[in-house]
Design a binder for this molecule. Structure first.
Ligand SMILES: [Zn+2]
Ligand SMILES: [Zn+2]
Length: 219
């Protein structure tokens, strides 16, 4: 139960009847007890997508997982590349241990958007045991130091400035050199970045050298 619901429930009129005046007042500690009950189990660690809750690919929402056939407290809401209909139907534990892939052949990122330099081991980890993330048209997964960088989150202009200021220079370099952009159009694009409406910047970090890398995609 969410805190707002607990507060709403507390505000609702209690049963009114002949004995209602005998009801003891609600104990003051009930709120904290209830909050303990909604604490969550630890999520699996994904090397190449470190915080899928913040990035929007996982939600604390119960799912009847199609892979392990159990009720699990977190739902994967990112993209699925699969023959079966698995949208919002898998738990993160079955992604992490490969159960979902083994059972359905599902992948969580478009294999064509991974550079060919990535080794087959790392490709398998990225496609079959790492939660994906939604983009607009699809972006190539950046590679640094010979390996896929770890995805952090989608951001707009405000979050880019606040949290990843150091990546702005390299991002402008990427737009100029790789995409041939310049001048006003380039600055307008950076200013228009928006996490939810797009264009959106996707931020990654190299696990070897720590460099931040950003890519842009638009609706
Ligand atoms: Zn599962
Ligand atoms: Zn690197």
């Amino acid at each position: 139960m969410e805190i707002a619901e607990i507060i709403d429930a507390a505000k609702r009129p209690r049963h009114v009847g002949p004995n209602s005046f005998r009801s003891p007042p609600p104990p003051l500690f009930s709120l904290s007890l209830r909050m303990e009950r909604v604490s969550h189990p630890p999520l699996p660690h994904f090397r190449l997508h470190s915080d899928p809750l913040s990035s929007g690919s996982l939600e604390w929402r119960p799912v009847s997982c199609r892979a392990c056939e159990q009720e699990r407290p977190a739902t994967y809401v990112g993209p699925v590349v699969a023959a079966a209909d698995l949208e919002d139907a898998l738990c993160p534990w079955c992604i992490a241990d490969g159960t979902a892939h083994a059972r359905f052949g599902v992948e969580f990122f478009d294999a064509e958007l991974v550079p060919s330099a990535v080794s087959s081991d790392m490709l398998e980890e990225l496609l079959t045991r790492t939660p994906g993330f939604h983009t607009w048209q699809g972006i190539e997964w950046p590679v640094c130091c010979g390996a896929p960088a770890s995805f952090l989150e989608p951001v707009g202009a405000e979050q880019l400035r606040a949290r990843y200021r150091e990546v702005e220079g390299p991002l402008i370099g990427h737009l100029v050199h790789d995409l041939g952009m310049s001048g006003g159009a380039l600055h307008a694009l950076i200013a228009a970045l928006d996490r939810d409406r797009g264009p959106t910047a996707y931020v990654f970090r190299c696990l070897a050298c720590g460099t931040l890398i950003a890519r842009i995609d638009r609706p």
